[in-house]
Design a protein around this ligand. Sequence first.
Ligand code: GLC
Length: 560
Amino acid sequence: MAANGKISVLTGAAFLIASAAAQPPAGDPEGHRWWQHAVFYEIYPRSFADTNSDGVGDLKGITSRLDYLRWLGVDAIWLTPMFPSPQVDFGYDVSDFENVNPEYGTLSDMDGLIAEGRKKNIRVLLDFVMNHTSDRHPWFIESESSRTNPKRDWYMWRDGKRPGQPPNNWVALFGGPAWKFDSKTGQWYYHYFYPEQPDLNWRNPAVEKAMFDVTRWWYRRGIAGFRLDAVDTLFEDPQLRDNPVIDNQKNVYGDPNEENVYNLKLPEVQGVLRRLRRVADESDAVLIGETYTRNIGELKEYYGARGDQLQMPMDMMFGTVDKVSAPEFRRQIALVEATGAWPVYVLGNHDLRRIVDRYGDGQHSDQIAKLMAALQLTLRGTPILYYGEELGMENNDPTRREDVKDPIGKLGWPKEKGRDGERTPMQWDASQNAGFSKARPWLPVGPRFAKYNVAAEQGDDGSILNFYRRLLALRHTNDALREGKYVPLNQNDPNVLAYLRAYKGRSVLVVLNMSPAGRTFRAENMPAGTATTLLASGGKGIAGGQFALEPFGVYIAEIR
Ligand code: GLC
């Protein structure tokens, strides 16, 4: 590379410039709304920051760390459930949708977080657990009290097939039958997840109204939107037909492997999402979906035929590409791009093993963390980050069954160790408990915290954290990265994933070496111009329009 950081790039064949998008009413010059250029960051409140020294994170802790998030370049935070809950599923068993779990603080702490967030330009989104409540929610307590209670039909109560036998063969995702018998009223209730998470009956209009009102209540408090939990589980076959059993094998819980034909992704889900979206639109709120899909067609459906369902259905297929593979990521991106929809790429969350654990190879894991960040943060669309990924945090899995907190880890031990490993305390500094808490944290801090923590990485120019920060700054300031069309390059390259983001005659080149060997890259088809390095880690321009990449190296340049 020349001393001025510029190198000449060989002229390629004609190159398509992104055509101006249609003109939706509001937003930036392209009609894009705030959430389309925002960077979202998922916080697991139990594990982020503890201000009252009980070993459990709290809302005040989150508020106290907003400056860090601002420094990093985060625009919106999604909090996993912080509502009152018996914590069987660590908040995903809600016993009151309109309050705050006392362990995490009070409603006024939430108001404080929203207000401080507003000052710092960080919007707050909550997690809407739509499919079920806790069995300690007053609605369920009423519902189970008698067959004639007005709330009986708010849940899925059914007679058994025969005495002692559940209504059908459905098994719960979290182990055992999906039905629990209630001896007092002599009926079974349905639960897709734990027995402590009874499914709401979304065919009952009163349920829909009550749940929609919950979102209104939070919008009035200043919430910018919701992440919708487990949307595909909302409806069940009215005839309760048995699910087909796939094979003779058993899953980690010892249950038959079933295909969820009759209790997942029923078409009625789309109607609820359309109506929920109308409610969200009244408050200009954004809906993110936990949308696990098997193919691109299913993902596309969640946007709605007229863009009238979820603005941000998460592409969970992206994160299930299970190896650092240029062809596989290229393929997945192409599928999403072909839909024309606004992509929402996700690599990590509180249910998935940490990025370093899934993609790292031990030898180059720090560089791989940067590579995956560069991939997620230079694509078109809205990225959602998971706390701690910006540090390269690793899973810290329990090694003994008695240490497991997540019930599926207890039930499925040792094959299924549960999700504790990816939910460990945020690593703020090298002090005791990684600066997360003065007390013993509810889950043990990862063993590498002395090196991988905010304070240490802020002070290290080459850290994963500083790389994330630079990427986020670029996303916010570079028009081509914000608005540009995705143009794949060298589509048969088995090792290097490369593309342009092209906008109004300007483009950004992204070259990602997804292999453990050094590579030289030369684009087959590039716009004429000079490459100016924007950001690199293990990558550089060399003479003749070529780029040299170290193992898993990243090179990002502006072409002008
Ligand atoms: C979603 C959540 C997961 C939770 C489940 C049940 O998949 O992400 O953590 O256990 O729903 O609510």
